[in-house]
Design a protein around this ligand. Structure first.
Ligand code: NAD
Ligand code: UDP
Length: 313
């Protein structure tokens, strides 16, 4: 099986490339290194079944592959708001290019969509049939609406051209290989706690997220790609919901840190609550997360200790 991973040098993509090689695939990793880096996959480069290509998916590419895991898109608000026009081009033109490729070579294609398609949800927890509450003109729209269009494109290529598609909606995922300057909450809190810097709490910290450990998530993505007669969309995430203040307290405890909290203004359109209903994934994929936030944070803190040079590798 020859498998393409777009965004393969990013946080999730690099774990996925590793997993696919372990499962015996030939892996082509495509990345423009905007938010990912070569170092994330450097250890795979010697493997004769692994190929790394620098390419921007906004431009078409011709490849012969059987499967496409389409992950390329900056995922941290800091990254996707840096160049919002580029973000939406990546989701729209990039997804059209990948669907065109899938159609030409008859590959199965899986889109890494997001819980952000639910926006600031009015339904809690979120099920896949909820249409969402997204601001179409706000600062998060380049990402949220980009992914909503990407989902629409997947379904239209499926209905119109019979492309074999899969859609997963990923909820907040964390773990080793998140960059220290990624900007998402888990990496920010880990780095601040380990270096003694203030823990930045946006808003009052009562907003919630549900955090999935990367290994659990990758297992769900792979199961979805391999599922027959089920195209999704399917929620993948850990249903255990925490306030941002609870996450801060747990991070401080596990890092044995005395960092102080520092309250900052809430970013515009910051969703108030988020929790996946994963009944569909349980029923159709036999999947559910196994790693608790406490266990996953321990491993992630260890990663950041090494990354920050606080312990020897
Ligand atoms: P990431 O930023 O670490 O990875 C994204 C990768 O895509 C990076 O390597 C980046 O360089 C690459 N990329 C971006 N634009 C590109 C382009 N135009 N051409 C080629 N490559 C490009 O983020 P991640 O957390 O690994 O997220 C991966 C995917 O999963 C994204 O599509 C994201 O929307 C989705 N997702 C992630 C989460 C999460 O919590 N990690 C949640 C929901 C959805
Ligand atoms: N957040 C925070 N401090 C940070 C980074 C994020 O309080 O240093 C908050 C942010 O306002 C949001 C939540 O944590 O309510 C999750 O933010 P993240 O950027 O990780 O993901 P997303 O908002 O896309 O779910």
């Amino acid at each position: 099986m020859r498998t393409l991973v777009t965004g393969g040098a990013g946080f999730l993509g690099s774990h996925l490339c590793e997993r696919l090689l372990r499962d015996g695939h030939e892996v082509i990793c495509l990345d423009n290194f905007f938010s990912g880096k070569r170092a994330n996959v450097a250890h795979l480069v010697g493997d004769p079944r692994f190929e790394l290509i620098r390419h921007d998916i906004v431009e078409p590419i011709l490849l012969e592959v059987d499967r496409i895991y389409h992950l390329a898109c900056p995922a941290s608000p800091v990254h996707y708001q840096y160049n919002p026009v580029k973000t939406i081009k990546t989701s729209v033109m990039g997804t059209i290019n990948m669907l065109g490729l899938a159609k030409r070579v008859r590959a199965r294609i899986l889109l890494a969509s997001t819980s952000e398609v639910y926006g600031d949800p009015k339904q809690h927890p979120q099920t896949e049939d909820y249409w969402g509450n997204v601001n179409p003109i706000g600062v998060r729209s380049c990402y949220d609406e980009g992914k909503r269009v990407a989902e629409c494109l997947m379904m239209d290529y499926h209905r119109q051209n019979n492309v074999d598609v899969r859609i997963v909606r990923i909820f907040n995922t964390y773990g080793p290989r998140m960059a220290p300057d990624d900007g998402r909450v888990v990496s920010n809190f880990c780095v601040a706690a380990l270096t003694g810097a203030e823990i930045p709490i946006y808003g009052n910290g009562q907003q919630t997220r549900s955090f999935a450990y990367v290994d659990d998530l990758i297992e769900g993505i792979v199961r979805m790609m391999n599922a027959e007669d089920f195209i999704g969309p399917v929620n993948l995430g850990n249903p255990n919901e925490f306030t941002i203040l609870e996450l801060a307290a747990l991070t401080l405890e596990l890092a044995h840190s005395t960092s102080k909290l520092s309250y900052r203004p809430a970013p515009p359109d910051d969703p108030v609550r988020r929790q996946p209903d994963i009944s569909l994934a349980r029923a159709r994929l036999g999947w559910e997360p196994r790693v608790s936030l406490r266990q996953g944070l321990e491993i992630t803190l260890e990663h950041f200790r090494r990354e920050l040079g606080l312990i020897r590798t």
